[in-house]
Each structure stands twice: as structure tokens, then as C-alpha cells.
Design a protein around this ligand. Structure first.
Ligand code: C2E
Ligand code: MG
Ligand code: MG
Length: 430
């Protein structure tokens, strides 16, 4: 009997031998209900119960074309492809997946290293499928205890320049990670932390871990920034700027490596203090990003008042924008506002090659989304990087671009605003 609390994974291969090998590999990384299929049975299986992931090996060697068949089921399947000849088949598979409008979670070589698979597995977020089923309701006491125990930790989602694919930085996204429990995502605890007066200690705990990671990367000569989410309550606390300044001094981190993301999910109680603190952060050399632009309180009036260096377009206007004209209008105009103000423009929620192309056409310079990589623990970043560099090369060659892949250790200057921060700071002080 399948366990209903586990994700279900369909494995489609050209032979039973390969199917068994793949399942053994997958089972090491993901507890799931596995269904082995051949091309004759896959459509029937997909018509049945919900399927979380379809794994296909050597799709170009299977007849009839499995990617077309998947498309015909009209399900937006999440797909993981293995291929024995990825260098040659990769670009063709990419094109076919894009044409079939499937969500490509990763392409991996066969044979495959377990570490490569681990990276893709974090992306699938299947681990959280059981989240709500396993955990008792979370209240303020649990959140307070989790912060105190240090089990709320930053995972890192890559930010990559378009079209080169060069890694420019990562966004730190809080995850509650305790052995024996599914990973808990922030929508289950951030708002509790905000309403219960715990957000300052949560932000400071996450920021301390981020600075420790940044110190390591900077010592390794990596010119990657890390963006940290903050709440209005953090930025309106009297000692926030002094605190961050002291932490930077203590860790020796270059302030240019840190970007503070601001989402006004709560109404400002002290706008002058908020503005002054943001301006101090800019003076210290940190970046300041307006998050979720286009939603909630992240509005045009904020842009006019605050010394931002980066504008992040909310994923509501990015994912599927290639298919929906109204999203496209907002995406294009948001990007052009950001560019017009001299800000670095980031498109959040890029899930497919079509989203990538559409965001790039809007003028957005940086991609953040499951297409390039989902949030992951810092320990998986090196493996992700290897995987991404290979995929980025495939994407570039499929686009017929002659742009070389810049050295990942070279500083990326093109996505940093040249003058905007200071120009905007002066405007504020005028
Ligand atoms: P955010 O800052 O806008 O972060 C982006 C969110 O979009 C993340 O959700 C990320 O996992 C998700 N995302 C990125 N690319 C894709 C994609 O291609 N498809 C889809 N479906 N989702 C994508 P996450 O990690 O669940 O975080 C949700 C929100 O929680 C964040 O939104 C942020 O507002 C808040 N948050 C996360 N960590 C912290 C933190 O340390 N402090 C504070 N104050 N807020 C945090
Ligand atoms: Mg954010
Ligand atoms: Mg956002």
C-alpha cells in the first residue's frame, strides 16, 4: 500500500535494469512512493492519482517521444531527466521540455553522483509535502525555542546574471531544520515571529549565520553577495544599525557583500527612523533591496523615498509571464522603472526556460528562481555550482549566444548599480 503522506514519483525508463538502478539511487535521497513505468503505461498512471515528480532516463532514446506524451496529459509535471550522453542530448532535451511546457527540475548525467542528485532534491521541495501532516500547530513558544536553539537557519537561493548565468549572489531564506522533522518553511513562522515580538531575535540569529558564511566566501575570494530579509520592525529598532555595524567589524566581512531586503508587510510605525536607518546602511556600503515589488506595500511611493540599490520583481509577475499578457505588462514596466532609476533589477520566481527568456526580454538583469536553483543549505552550494555551470553552458549554446561564461571568481560588476545608491541617498537628504 502506498503511504499517502509521501510524495509519489513516476520513474520512466527504457529498461527494467535501468529502472531498478535509478530507483536505488533515488531512494537514497528521497523517501517516496515509486512507480516504475514503461512508455506504454505512463499515460494511464499520470491520468490517475497526483504525481509529484516524473523521472525520465534517456528521453531521446524512448519511442514514442515521452516528453510529447507528458504534454498530452495536460499536467504541469515536474520533471527530472537523466541522460547517458548529456553533452550532446542536453540542448535538444532543453528545447523539447520548453516546447512541452514541463517544469524541468534538473538534468543529470548517468552514471550520476549522489551529491548531484542531492542538489536537485532540495529543489523539488518534496520534503515539505509531509510538513503540515507531521507537525503539531506552531505557536509563539515553539518559535521562540527554535530561535534560541539556533535551529532556524539560512538556506541559500542562487541569484544569477542573465544571460551569462554568472553567479552574483544568494538570498538567505530562513528554514527551521530539526533532525527527525520535515523542514519547515518561513510562511509557518515568520508572521508569528512578527506578531509576537520575536522577529528581531530571528533576524539577528539568521544574519549572524549569514555573516559567518559570507566571511568564508570572502576569504575564499568569492565575490558573491548575500541578501538577508528584514522586517520593518528590525529596521525601526533604535540599535539595528549599530548592531549590524558591530557584527561586520567582528567578522571582518566587507559590507558590500551584504544586501538588506525590505518588504513592508507591516505598516511602518516610524517612517523617519526607517528611512534614516536605511540611509545609514547605504552609507556603510551595504545594498538595500525593495522586495516583492508590485505587491502589498512595496510600491512606487517607497521607491521615491528610500535609498534602494536593487528592485526585486515579485514572482506573481514573473512565473508564466510568457503566457499571460497582463503579467508581462507589469513585468516589463517594473523592470523599466528599476532600470530607469539605476537599480539592479532581479526577477523572482523564474521556473522555466520560457520565464528566463521573458524576464531577460523585460530588461531584468538577475534571475532568482527554481530554474537556476531552489534554496539549499550552504553545504550543497559547491555541487549546485558545478551542476549550474554545466546547465548555463547548455542554455547559452541553445540561445546561440557567444557570451563566454565569466570566471565565477571574478567580480560581477554589470548588475551593480553604478550611481544609484548615492544619487538616491542625496535625493533623500536634500
Ligand atoms: P521572499 O523574500 O520574497 O523570498 C522569495 C520566496 O520565493 C522564497 O520563499 C523562495 O523560496 C520562493 N521562490 C523563489 N523562486 C521561486 C520559484 O521559482 N518558484 C516558486 N514557487 N517559489 C520561488 P520562502 O523561502 O518560502 O520565503 C517566503 C518569504 O518568507 C520570503 O519571501 C520572505 O518574505 C520571508 N522570509 C524568509 N526568510 C526570512 C527571514 O530570515 N526573515 C524575514 N523577516 N523574512 C523571511
Ligand atoms: Mg526576499
Ligand atoms: Mg520576494
Amino acid at each position: 500500500m502506498p503511504n499517502e503522506q509521501l510524495p509519489s514519483v513516476v520513474v520512466l525508463t527504457e529498461s527494467m535494469v535501468l529502472s531498478n538502478r535509478l530507483r536505488r539511487l533515488l531512494e537514497r535521497e528521497l523517501e517516496a512512493n515509486y512507480i516504475s513505468c514503461d512508455i506504454q503505461s505512463v499515460v494511464e498512471v499520470l491520468k490517475g492519482d497526483a504525481v509529484d515528480l516524473v523521472v525520465v532516463s534517456n528521453p531521446l532514446a524512448i519511442q514514442p517521444d515521452p516528453l510529447r506524451l507528458l504534454k498530452s496529459t495536460q499536467r504541469s509535471a515536474q520533471l527530472l531527466v537523466f541522460d547517458t550522453d548529456l553533452d550532446i542530448s542536453g540542448p535538444v532535451i532543453e528545447q523539447k521540455v520548453a516546447a512541452a511546457r514541463l517544469i524541468l527540475m534538473g538534468m543529470l548525467p548517468l552514471p550520476c553522483k549522489p551529491e548531484s542528485l542531492a542538489v536537485v532534491m532540495t529543489k523539488l521541495r518534496l520534503i515539505s509535502v509531509t510538513d503540515s501532516l507531521d507537525r503539531a500547530p506552531i505557536g509563539p513558544d515553539e518559535v521562540r525555542a527554535a530561535i534560541d536553539k539556533g535551529v532556524i537557519q539560512p538556506w541559500y537561493q542562487p541569484k544569477v546574471a542573465m544571460p551569462s548565468g554568472t553567479v552574483v549572489g544568494f538570498e538567505a531564506l530562513a528554514r527551521w531544520v530539526e533532525p527527525g522533522f520535515p523542514v519547515v518553511e518561513p510562511d509557518r513562522f515568520i508572521s508569528i515571529a512578527e506578531t509576537e515580538g520575536l522577529i528581531n531575535s530571528l533576524t539577528r540569529s539568521v544574519s549572524r549565520q549569514v555573516l559567518a558564511q559570507l566571511a568564508i566566501w570572502q576569504q575564499e575570494g568569492k565575490h558573491w553577495h548575500i541578501s538577508v530579509n528584514t522586517s520593518v520592525d528590525d529596521l525601526e529598532s533604535e540599535d539595528y544599525v549599530d548592531w549590524i555595524s558591530a557584527e561586520l567589524d567582528a567578522t571582518g566581512v566587507q559590507p558590500q557583500g551584504l544586501i538588506i531586503e525590505v518588504t513592508e508587510s507591516r505598516v511602518s510605525k516610524n517612517m523617519p527612523l526607517l528611512l534614516a536607518n536605511l540611509s545609514y546602511l547605504r552609507q556603510m556600503g551595504l545594498g538595500v533591496a525593495i522586495d516583492d515589488f508590485g505587491t502589498g506595500y512595496s510600491s512606487l511611493s517607497q521607491l521615491n523615498q528610500m535609498p534602494f540599490t536593487e528592485l526585486k520583481i515579485d514572482r506573481a509577475f514573473v512565473t508564466e509571464a510568457h503566457r499571460q499578457a497582463d503579467k508581462r505588462v507589469i513585468l516589463d514596466n517594473s523592470a523599466s522603472i528599476g532600470l530607469g532609476l539605476g537599480l539592479a533589477v532581479v526577477a523572482e520566481g523564474i521556473e522555466t526556460i520560457d520565464d528566463w527568456r521573458q524576464a531577460q526580454a523585460s530588461g531584468a538583469q538577475v534571475c532568482q528562481g527554481h530554474f537556476s536553483g531552489a534554496p539549499m543549505p550552504a553545504s550543497l552550494v559547491p555541487q549546485w555550482l558545478e551542476d549550474w555551470q554545466r546547465r548555463a553552458a547548455v542554455i547559452r549554446s541553445a540561445a546561440g549566444s557567444a557570451t563566454p561564461m565569466p570566471d565565477e571568481d571574478e567580480p560581477e560588476t554589470s548588475t551593480q548599480p553604478q550611481v544609484s545608491g548615492w544619487r538616491r541617498l542625496f535625493r533623500y537628504f536634500r
